[in-house]
Design a protein. Structure first.
Length: 454
C-alpha cells in the first residue's frame, strides 16, 4: 500500500482529495479512468498550444496518443525491465506459459520493445511488454528508455539476478521517484541455496527499503537449469542424469494477479493522469518561457526605437509626444503576446499606474524625458553624439522599466498580484543591473547613430 500512497501523493491536490473520499472500487476506477482519458484527449486537442511548442513536445504527444489508445482498449500494461541477460524475456514467457518472446544465452537478444496479450481481467486485458537490457544502451538512451517504459507501463517488473548493481540501484530509484509501481523480481533463484536466497532477499529488502514494500520483492526461476541427478545403473556404476525443471513464478503470478485485479485499472488511470498532469505542467512552462522570450525581444525593440528617437530627434517636445506614443504601442503589443487585446484608454491607464510607481520610487524619475530633452538643448557645447546617446540611453532605461512592469502585469493575468504595483516596481528595480543596461544601451545607440550618419 506504500506504493499506492506514493502514487497518490504525487498527484495534484484536487485528485488526492477526490481519491480520499472514494474507495478504489470498480465504479471509482472507471471514473478515474474516464477522467484521465478526458484530460489526455483535451491536451491533444488543445489548439491554444502554439505549434512551435507542440513540435518541441512531439515525443510526449506521441506518448499521450499511445496512452489514450491503451485506455480506450482497456489495457493494463506490465513491463519487464532490467539489465541484459537477467531473464526478462524468459520471465514473461514463464508468466504467459508459452514462448512468445525470444530468449538467448547470448547477451542482447531483445533489441526493441515487444508485447503479448497475457490474461483477461474482470474489465480489461493485461498485456506484457518486453524491453531491451538497460546496460545495452548508452547512458542517455537508457534514461530515455527507463522514462518511456515507466511512463507507459502500469506495473514494472524490475528483473535482477543477484544483489543490485550500481546501474540497477539507480534505475530502481529513478522509477520509485517517478511514483511508479514496481515489483523487484530476483530471477535465477535455482542458482542459489535456500540460505543464500533468503540472505539475498533480505539484502535486497534493506537496499530498497525506502522505495518498495517487502511484499514487492519476489524470487523466481523463469527458466531453471535442468536438475542433475546421480543414479546407480544396473551395472552398479553411478551415472549423471538431467531432469528438466519447471519454471517457478507462482508467487509472482499471484501477487501480480491480485495487484492487477484489485488496482490494475485504477493504476492505469492514475498513471495516465500522472503523465497528463506532468505534461500539462511542462507545456505550461514552455508557454511561459516562449512568451517571456517574445516579450523580452519586443521590449528591446521598443527601447531601441525610443532611445533613437530621443537621441536623434532635435525637437524636444516632439521627443516627448513620440515617446508617449511608443509606450502605448509597446504596452498594447505586449498585451497581445499574453493574449489580451487592449483599448488605447486601458493602455493609458496602465501607463499612468506604472509611471506613478516609478515616480514614487525614483523621485523625479518620470521627469526623465523632460530632463533629457532639457539636457539636449542645454548641452550645445558637448559632443553631440555623446550627449545624444546619454539621453537616448536614459530613455531606453525608462522604456525598459515600463515594459517590464507591463509584462509582469500581463503575465499575472492583468493583475499586480497580492503585492501591488509598488512591490512589483521595487523588485524589478532591485534585480536590475542599471549601469550594465545603460552601458549596453549607449553602445547600441552609438553604433546605430554612427552607422546611419556614415
Ligand atoms: N539458471 C537460470 N537461467 C535462466 C533463468 N531465466 C533465464 N535464464 C537464462 O538466462 C539467459 C538470458 O535469458 P533471456 O530471457 O534472454 O534474458 P533477457 O533479460 O531477456 O536478455 P536480453 O534480451 O538479452 O536483455 C538465457 O540463457 C536463459 O536461459 C533462470 O531462472 N535460471
Ligand atoms: Mg530479452
Amino acid at each position: 500500500m506504500r506504493i499506492w500512497n506514493r502514487v497518490r501523493s504525487a498527484l495534484p491536490a484536487w485528485w488526492r482529495k477526490k481519491a480520499a473520499t472514494e474507495s478504489s472500487g470498480t465504479a471509482d476506477a472507471r471514473r478515474h479512468w474516464l477522467a484521465a482519458n478526458r484530460n489526455l484527449k483535451s491536451l491533444l486537442e488543445d489548439t491554444s498550444i502554439p505549434s512551435g511548442i507542440r513540435a518541441e513536445l512531439a515525443d510526449e504527444f506521441e506518448q499521450i496518443e499511445r496512452i489514450t489508445q491503451k485506455l480506450d482498449r482497456d489495457e493494463v500494461h506490465v513491463a519487464a525491465y532490467g539489465r541484459v541477460g537477467v531473464g526478462k524475456s524468459s520471465l514473461l514467457n514463464a508468466l504467459l506459459g508459452r514462448e512468445a518472446f525470444r530468449t538467448s544465452a547470448l547477451h542482447g537478444e531483445t533489441r526493441r520493445e515487444a508485447r503479448a496479450d497475457w490474461q483477461s481481467l474482470k474489465d480489461g486485458q493485461a498485456v506484457l511488454l518486453d524491453t531491451p537490457g538497460i546496460d545495452e544502451l548508452d547512458g542517455g538512451a537508457r534514461e530515455r528508455l527507463a522514462r518511456d517504459v515507466s511512463l507507459r507501463a502500469d506495473v514494472i517488473l524490475m528483473v535482477c539476478e543477484g544483489d543490485l548493481t550500481r546501474i540497477e540501484h539507480a534505475a530502481l530509484g529513478q522509477l520509485a521517484r517517478l511514483g511508479r509501481t514496481v515489483v523487484l523480481v530476483l530471477n535465477k533463484a535455482d542458482r542459489y541455496t535456500r540460505t543464500e536466497l533468503s540472505a539475498l532477499l533480505q539484502r535486497l529488502a534493506e537496499r530498497t527499503r525506502d522505495w518498495l514494500p517487502a511484499e514487492h520483492i519476489i524470487a523466481v526461476s523463469a527458466h531453471p537449469r535442468p536438475e542433475i541427478i546421480l543414479r546407480t545403473g544396473p551395472d552398479g556404476r553411478e551415472e549423471e542424469m538431467t531432469r528438466p525443471r519447471e519454471p517457478d513464478v507462482k508467487e509472482l503470478r499471484a501477487v501480480l494477479w491480485q495487484l492487477l485485479e484489485r488496482e490494475g485499472k485504477v493504476l492505469a488511470a492514475l498513471n495516465a493522469s500522472l503523465f497528463a498532469s506532468e505534461l500539462d505542467a511542462r507545456v505550461a512552462q514552455r508557454i511561459v518561457a516562449a512568451r517571456r522570450d517574445l516579450a523580452e525581444r519586443l521590449i528591446h525593440k521598443y527601447c531601441l526605437a525610443k532611445g533613437l528617437l530621443v537621441a536623434v530627434n532635435p525637437v524636444p517636445v516632439a521627443d516627448l509626444l513620440a515617446a508617449a506614443g511608443t509606450d502605448i504601442a509597446m504596452v498594447t503589443h505586449l498585451g497581445r503576446i499574453y493574449g489580451f487585446r487592449m483599448q488605447r484608454s486601458e493602455a493609458s491607464r496602465l501607463l499612468m499606474t506604472i509611471s506613478a510607481q516609478l515616480v514614487a520610487l525614483m523621485g523625479a524619475y518620470w521627469g526623465l524625458n523632460l530632463v533629457s530633452s532639457a539636457l539636449k538643448t542645454a548641452s550645445a557645447g558637448l559632443s553631440t553624439t555623446l550627449t545624444a546617446t546619454a539621453q537616448g540611453a536614459l530613455a531606453w532605461y525608462a522604456t525598459y522599466l515600463v515594459g517590464r512592469m507591463a509584462q509582469t502585469w500581463f503575465a499575472r493575468g492583468k493583475s499586480w498580484g497580492g503585492d501591488g504595483p509598488r512591490e512589483v516596481a521595487r523588485s524589478i528595480l532591485a534585480t536590475l543591473d542599471r549601469d550594465e543596461l545603460l552601458r549596453e544601451a549607449r553602445t547600441e545607440l552609438r553604433n546605430r547613430i554612427q552607422r546611419s550618419s556614415a
